[in-house]
Design a binder for this molecule. Sequence first.
Ligand code: SAH
Length: 218
Amino acid sequence: MKTQIQRLLDEIESEYKYTSRMTGKHTLDPKVKAAISSIPRDKFVPKSHIDSAFHNAPLPIGHGQTISQPYIVAIMTDLLELEADDVVLEIGTGSGYQAAILSQLCRQVYSIEYVPALADMAKARFEKLGYDNIKTKTGNGYDGWPDHAPYDGIIVTAAAKQIPGPLIEQLKPGGRMVIPVGKPYFHQELTLVRKNEDGELDIRDILGVAFVPFQEEQ
Ligand code: SAH
């Protein structure tokens, strides 16, 4: 009999097939698949939603925020094309689930969360579950985290009206950023930004998505 996580991975794979014309990704990268298999999503959702923890759906995590749909976590992670030695910045720690997945695929994850209560909860989870290559801070991710820049990968998990300039600056030449850009809640384009070795940007719309808003006021 299939485990819950195997069923979830099957659903992600089938959604990859439906969306492959847009994303250019036909199957889940085996490394991303292994990372998803290794992270217990039930440890990142509120007790009230534990029965849905392995459904391919977003879930509320309190404070008006959500843990993203696993397919979206998978495709965003996949688009970053991480190498084992990479350093990644995440904006929007939320439950910590996305950061935990990233922590399996790169050397170091830095993650910023705007809502202090969520940041504290995620930090406690990382400590409890032993993800010791994730460093968190509370604050507005608009400015990025210059102390550890530049980053091989940047992932923004809230809907931004535009791509924040400081994040572009903090992306390493050769690096990749994945960010939903557009109107909050309803429709944004998941956008892939690649910075080439000369610092030029290649910006590509990948897929329509629906994220909670990115706090932009300073
Ligand atoms: N990656 C998360 C998804 C959380 S939803 C997960 O795996 O669970 C998006 C999160 O972004 C919310 O927790 C929200 O509070 C946070 N957020 C929104 N704007 C932000 C900003 N400007 N800086 C940091 N965090 C922000």
